[in-house]
Design a protein around this ligand. Structure first.
Ligand code: NAD
Length: 497
């Protein structure tokens, strides 16, 4: 055990009640006065009281963002760059505090939030800070005489950014920074179960000097304020990372004003180990792919396909590693698997574990809630759970569980692997483990997913596109692709006669 003490500045911040939204550059409570409690998933105890926004608060945030839009779009690119860099520097300066807030709020192990999430969030802002001066158009050589034609990239306008609870620091900065860099004003809506880091980021944005209304944060229930954002006629674009079910709702709501939308949705990623793979790399890599962040990850390698000759060996090693996984309080620096986010998600996962067994799959290990003193009282802790023998069409093979559950399947040929890996409605991510370079290229090309990792997994960079095929959504985060997604392309025709 190596419990990290909570930093006094974090304790003091959590105590100020309620945590306020950021609307028009001001900390604001909900107009209704309502609040909700944020719970620490590691021990089930209340962490902070948070303003519970309603539809009328959405209207206020939209008015603030709309009011600031024209001036922000016209702000000199160098000034937008300067503000984004200052914001990124503040995130770095407050890295320790942000990492603790995230871990306390969503139960991701502190070793992870500190080493990865805060750094990735700051890097996202630094990367996008370089875009404003580089947002160039083109001149177009049309064949009609006496014309000078060029294109311009312009901000879409007011952009609502709706994010889930599993990576709030990363998801928020991945979406906020390209939108601001390109001259949009934003309304960020985090998930209710993990909104604290986003509220703190809003404060840091204000300290960085963004003008009032440029960066707003509102908190509250998705079906109320998320839905109101998606349906709001004064919002020009919605970008969401979330479940496919909510993505579908947003598609419907967006029809009201033909809103632009980008959707990063659910997944059931295939991960395949070929017999020629370096198993010392592949087995721990596939284990982390399945159980990283306690399986509460959109890219979790939840369908593990293993080539027949090495199947028994991989299964045995997985069961062994599952037994040795360090599970516990997310604030403990030795913890590898933290708690499940809440009781509702725990019930969902347990429901799938039961369904899997009823469908005829064999649970080799896991599936039972861990009890104190092995884990802290009040949290929902599940060990890595491993199924074999599930059919490809079974619910546990097809539906996203979003917990520490992996299905291991045996395969014999490359063609069979490709067909089975693609037999899903999702298409976000996939992994391959092989020493055969030709096969790596061949299979990567045939897998229907937005990202394929070979002999590695779960890597991201701000200049590499990320997003899904099929019902994992459309649009891309990161890279030039997201810049295009938050801008409109205008053609200007000038007569030179
Ligand atoms: P969720 O879909 O329940 O919620 C996502 C966000 O949408 C939250 O902020 C929520 O409050 C809001 N919301 C809920 N109902 C809404 C509605 N009717 N209209 C508008 N907004 C609404 O997802 P979650 O449980 O927070 O996160 C888990 C899901 O997110 C999983 O499906 C996972 O695969 C997905 N996810 C996808 C990616 C990706 O990059 N594709 C990354 C992380 C998570």
């Amino acid at each position: 055990m190596s419990m990290e003490p909570i930093h006094p500045s974090v304790t003091a911040w959590l105590k100020e009640a309620p945590k306020k939204m950021l609307i028009g550059g001001q900390p604001e409570t909900a107009l209704s006065g309502q609040t909700f409690l944020s719970i620490n998933p590691s021990d089930g105890r209340p962490l902070a009281e948070v303003a519970q926004g309603g539809v009328e608060d959405v209207d206020r945030a939209v008015a603030a963002a709309r009011g600031a839009a024209e001036k922000w779009a016209a702000t000199a690119p160098a000034e937008r760059e300067r503000l984004l860099r200052r914001f990124a520097a503040l995130i770095e300066e407050h890295a320790g505090e942000l990492a603790q807030l995230e871990t306390l709020d969503n139960g991701k192990p502190l070793s992870h939030t500190r080493q990865i999430d805060v750094r990735v969030a700051a890097n996202q802002v630094y990367y996008h800070a370089a875009w404003p001066s580089r947002l160039v158009g083109e001149t177009v050589p049309v064949s009609i005489p006496n014309l000078f034609v060029y294109t311009r990239r312009e901000p879409v306008g007011v952009v609502a950014l709706i994010i889930p609870w599993n990576y709030p620091l990363i998801h928020s900065m991945q979406k906020v920074s390209p939108a601001l860099a390109t001259g949009n004003t934003v309304i960020l809506k985090p998930a209710s179960v993990a909104s604290l880091a986003c509220l703190r980021l809003g404060e840091l944005a204000l300290a960085a000097g963004f003008p009032p209304g440029v960066f707003n944060v509102i908190t509250g229930p998705g079906p109320v304020i998320g839905q109101a954002l998606a349906a709001h006629p004064q919002i020009d674009k919605v970008q969401i990372t979330g479940s496919t079910a909510v993505g579908r709702e947003i598609i419907r709501s967006s029809a009201v004003n033909i809103k632009r939308i980008s959707l990063e949705l659910g997944s059931k990623a295939p991960n395949a180990i070929f017999a020629d793979a370096d198993l010392e790399l592949a087995i721990p890599g596939a284990f982390r792919a399945a159980f990283g962040n306690t399986g509460q990850s959109c890219v979790a390698g939840a369908r593990l396909f293993v080539e027949s000759p090495i199947y028994d060996r991989v299964v045995e090693r997985f069961v062994d590693m599952a037994g040795k996984a360090v599970i516990g309080n997310a604030m403990d620096l030795t913890t590898e698997l933290g708690p499940i986010i809440d009781g509702k998600q725990y019930e969902t996962i347990c429901g799938y574990i039961q369904t899997g067994q009823e469908e005829g799959a064999r649970l080799l290990t896991g599936g039972n809630r861990l009890a104190p003193p092995a884990v802290p009282e009040g949290g929902y802790y599940l060990p890595p759970s491993i199924f074999v023998g599930a059919s490809d069409g079974a619910r546990i093979s097809q539906e996203e569980i979003f917990g520490p559950v992996v299905n291991i399947y045996r395969f014999s040929t490359e063609d069979e692997l490709v067909e089975r890996a693609n037999a899903t409605t999702y298409g976000l991510a996939a992994g391959l483990w092989t020493r055969d370079l030709a096969r790596a290229h061949r299979v990567s090309a045939r897998i229907k997913a937005g990202v394929v990792w070979v002999n590695t997994y779960d890597l991201f960079a701000p200049n590499v596109p990320f997003g899904g095929y099929k019902q994992s959504g459309y649009g891309r985060d990161n890279s030039q692709a997201v810049i295009e997604a938050v801008t409109e392309l205008k053609s200007v025709w000038i007569s030179t006669k």
